[in-house]
Design a protein around this ligand. Structure first.
Ligand SMILES: Nc1ncnc2c1ncn2[C@@H]1O[C@H](COP(=O)(O)OP(=O)(O)OP(=O)(O)O)[C@@H](O)[C@H]1O
Length: 627
């Protein structure tokens, strides 16, 4: 198609490299050629998050396009002819639900339970105030000196924005969108208190209000309930057809593609296939059929593995079949006039598999935070008994509870500390500078250590062997040996040799896919892993300790296709395989464990109703029932 002033994006045949990488290093993408016209609606599709993210990074100018824009082959309008002559970076908005928030990138642990109390003053900023900083009362800003600086910056940004869009126009759009996205009744709720799905809708609203010409949305539907998904898809379409803004969205291969999408960019390894939807969809389907291979790891198939499966955690008393592990009766939680949990009664027994269901904001995370003891009100619920043998929550020290009710959740993923060392680098002839420079390098936190933090439910690695110190005192030799065996088992079950998904776009500093083994993976730095791999490591952390109650909240979102397959297969492996000597083919869960899965996608639940899966559903008004 000919390039015109209206063309939105144009990348003539190019290789895409990371900045700083030589041209003779394999590029992230080879021979990428792509143009987007205003009447086309594009989605970027890839099996995992890494490929999609790299393509979005290319659009954001974070990767190097070769030949460069100075070359004759490039358009006179650059990457975004449509935005010309505006600064593309002012008119471009990128919202990704694939990444952890900036908040945790500094390495400090962000207290994700703060939302339940909203005790700190800066946590009281409401959704409305976050969108309209000028509505934050002046006396609040003066009192909160630290926050003042941030708010002032937001205010300045707001004023700058005003140069682009008239205030009235922004307000008018806000009024319409806030209803369409069903956020009105949440406007005066502290922003930090919003549920996962509510936060996602609010971020999309904010991005639209910033009036971009091009809105890049990565996985906008992940984490949204079945009711909200079509609402968002319709809204995006209505904006897109008038090109205000033009939208490019990222989807997983397993997501259904909205009808109004006309073109697809399919990322596979280092190639990007672009074209009309049907043609590219055919290619994706064919590839999916061909690659329907099963994980081929020693953990899945071989019988040579000599480890005896490590069933029960020797640190805790043996749990008899069907023992009551959680007994919650008549629990109510409300915030001023909003009842989030209304008289909830729920009993969970050893060996049970639960699917906790409910629309966005129905109280799932709140309910689980009572079981994990992280909700401050978990102490004041009259009847809450946990673990085996059953004891009132008040009598269980919180660290013991954290070790025995293990958790994976999007909030934990965001908050998990990733440490970087800000280290000075000597001036040298290589960096061509006479000044000292600072480089950020990852420190500590090998995968092995991070998985090991799961035994004690803590967030910092501890213990000489990276297997924790034990919350009940010094570990015995038997306990230590059990822990080491367990870390090996989960690495074996979910490490890169088992989870074969094709190589991700090469990241500088990471070990090449071909050289990786499940064992070597344990020695890699957690912070250098891709987002999807970090997820799988935190999943290993949640299951390593064979905690009596395992909570898996939105585990599959953000994982690569092959990972979803391997994890599901591992979860489905019968618990009885657990005691099989020298098979290495143990199940992810032993008979004495209860597992609670939270997902809005039915097909992600590893077990069916016919296999004994139980369903607990939360409804509007905070009512909860066993289905
Ligand atoms: N301080 C507060 N004031 C008012 N409402 C609050 C407060 N804290 C939490 N809420 C509300 O409690 C509800 C429960 O949120 P929760 O995170 O438990 O929902 P969820 O079912 O996990 O949702 P999602 O599917 O989006 O993750 C939300 O509607 C939230 O807005």
């Amino acid at each position: 198609m000919a390039l015109t002033r209206q063309t939105i994006l144009s990348i003539p045949k190019s290789n895409i490299h990371r900045f700083g990488a030589w041209n003779n290093i394999p590029p992230t993408f080879r021979d990428l050629q792509w143009s987007i016209q205003p009447n086309e609606a594009w989605a970027i599709v890839s099996a995992g998050s890494a490929g999609k993210t790299a393509l979005f990074q290319t659009l954001l100018g974070h990767l190097r396009i070769s030949p460069s824009s100075k070359s004759e082959t490039r358009s006179q309008y650059g990457l975004y002819p449509f935005l010309h002559p505006h600064d593309p970076y002012q008119r471009l908005s990128y919202v990704s639900f694939n990444h952890r928030s900036q908040a945790s990138s500094g390495g400090a642990f962000v207290d994700f339970t703060a939302r339940y109390g909203a005790l700190r003053d800066e946590d009281k900023i409401t959704l409305r105030q976050s969108m309209f900083p000028e509505t934050i009362p002046e006396d609040f800003l003066i009192k909160e000196k630290v926050y003042h600086a941030a708010s002032q910056q937001q205010r300045d940004e707001y004023i700058n924005e005003e140069e682009i869009v008239k205030k009235e126009e922004r307000n008018r759009r806000f009024e319409v969108l806030v209803d369409q996205l069903e956020l009105r009744r949440l406007l005066d709720v502290p922003k930090i208190a919003l549920s996962n799905g509510q936060t996602r809708r609010a971020r999309i609203l904010k991005a639209i209000l910033s009036n971009p010409a091009l809105l890049l949305l990565d996985e906008p539907l992940t984490g949204l309930d079945v009711h909200s998904r079509p609402i968002l898809v319709d809204l995006l379409q209505s904006l897109h057809v008038v090109n205000a803004p033009h939208i490019v969205m990222g989807l997983r291969t397993q997501d259904s593609i909205p009808d109004w999408i006309t073109h697809l960019a399919f990322v596979h390894e280092d190639s990007v296939l672009t074209g009309k939807k049907d043609a590219i969809q055919d290619i994706i389907d064919t590839r999916a059929r061909d690659s329907g291979r099963q994980p081929t790891s020693s953990a899945a198939n071989s019988t040579s593995h000599q480890d005896v499966q490590a069933a029960a955690n020797p640190s805790y008393p043996a749990i008899p079949p069907e023992a009551l592990l959680a007994d919650l009766q008549n629990a109510t939680i409300k915030y001023s006039d909003r009842v989030v949990l209304n008289n909830i009664t729920w009993q969970i027994r050893a060996g049970e598999k639960w699917h906790l269901k409910g629309s966005n904001g129905s109280g799932k995370t709140t309910l689980l935070s009572i079981l994990t003891g992280t909700h401050p009100l978990s102490f004041s619920i009259p009847h809450l008994k946990l673990l085996y043998p059953n004891r009132p929550r008040k009598q269980i020290p919180t660290p013991h509870l954290a070790a025995q009710v293990s958790l994976f959740s999007p909030e934990l993923f965001d908050a998990f500390p990733r440490r970087h060392h800000h280290r000075p680098r000597r001036p040298s002839q290589h960096n061509n500078k006479d000044k000292w420079a600072f480089i950020d390098e990852p420190v500590g936190g090998r995968v092995w250590d991070i998985v090991g933090t799961g035994f004690d439910g803590v967030f910092v690695e501890s213990g000489k062997y990276g297997d924790g110190k034990g919350v009940q005192g010094e570990l015995s030799d038997e306990e230590r040996a059990w822990r080491v065996r367990r870390v090996k088992e989960v690495l074996e079950a979910l490490g890169p040799e088992t989870v074969q998904d094709g190589p991700s776009p090469p990241n500088e500093g990471t070990v090449l896919a071909a050289q990786r083994t499940n064992a070597s993976f344990g020695q890699e730095q957690f912070v250098s892993l891709s987002t999807a791999e970090q997820r799988i490591v935190l999943l290993m952390r949640a299951i390593v300790g064979r905690a009596p109650i395992v909570i898996l909240d939105e585990v599959w979102s953000g994982m690569e296709e092959g990972m979803v397959r391997a994890v599901t297969q591992y979860f489905r492996r019968p618990a009885t395989a657990d005691i099989a000597v020298d098979s290495g083919a143990g199940g992810a869960f032993a008979d004495h464990q209860a597992v609670i899965v939270v997902t809005h996608w039915e097909d992600e639940v590893p077990w069916g109703l016919e296999e004994g899966l139980k369903v607990f559903r939360l409804k509007e008004g905070g009512v909860g029932t066993v289905e």
